[in-house]
Design a protein around this ligand. Sequence first.
Ligand code: GLU
Length: 415
Amino acid sequence: MESYNSFQVAQHQVREAARLLHLDQATIELLSWPQREFRCTLQVRMDDGRIDNYHAYRIQYNYARGPAKGGIRFHPDETVDTIRALASWMTWKTAVLDLPLGGAKGGVCCDPKSMSLRELENLSRAYIRAIAPMIGVDRDVPAPDVYTNPQTMAWMMDEYETIVQRHHPGVLTDKPQQIGGTEGRRDATARGGVITVREACMLLGADPTKGFAIQGFGNAGQRAALLHREMLGGGKLVAVSDSRGAIFRAEGMDPEELVMHKLKTGSVLGFPGVKVIPHEALLELDVEVLYPAALENAITADNAPNIKARIICELANGPTTPEADIILNRKGIHVIPDILASAGGVTVSYFEMVQDNYSWFWEEELVHARLDSKLTRAYRAVQEAVREKKVHPRLGAMVVGVARVAEAAKLRGWV
Ligand code: GLU
């Protein structure tokens, strides 16, 4: 299999959009690179008393439209280039949703599954001490991502408030509700994705009550399993995978039981009454909707020719390589690209920032209604670009996002 440098993929996507928009060379250069990068090593005290070193990053890709925004990932495979790519995608994501924010991402190379809670707390606090000077409501606002969660945010917010010696809940988002979090953030990424699937089904005349499959069963994947049926009036969850394996059941599985099983055992494997299938086979099932909800580069030129889903809703960041995009488009598969499909999380993060800044919190229904209107509007803006420029949906979304960031940079006199 080919190996992909995600940042090269991201740069390629920017340049393609820039070409369609006839942007000048200075703007292309500005948008092809992060504006600010920070790298450090963190010293963390482990439970047995020794100190371990961890490589860590925070990258603010672009802040022309507002404070940089994006998650923090704890994962063994992070490199400066994966974080650059993810920070780039956050920039276009916030722009496609028309949020007054830029894009950023952070990461620590570590294996959180082998660390105790106390070690993770020490690591989270060390990370925030390192990046404290560069974050804040008007600079850069982190959030969770892969293998980080509201508890991680609670430790990080507490460490930040200790440093600045005042309350500052808006410094990061997706906190527990008791300490400044919002209603509706936990399922926001999945809810946003399902809203875009609803729009796609209306556009294509597709039937969401048929079979669907989910690759990756973390927060976004689990919530999508529950919400797909709730919001679209049915649907059979025929296959699910996580990092340990994939399972299949033609008659469908009960998403609630499956989520409970994953919580209890740490994996989808061992769920009763299912067949274990290879990872690749899940992607190639004949389903109405496929949700890639794991990591980058899952759909490649190798497996794209065998994909049969009618709609692909990218809840993960960067799950499809550029070659695969071309193949999927040629096959007539409707791809709802990551920077649109997975934007529900950062949209509700933005709502959380607003509520923290006013210290006045919204009802859950209001969060849901505002999320729906933002996502629906963004979906339609992307479809309009697809029609106007005659391009595939990812390029359509990139055109919308890149145009908005380029405009802001120009107004500021940066280019
Ligand atoms: N990590 C999420 C994403 O990739 C959310 C980021 C945020 O809320 O800032 O979109």
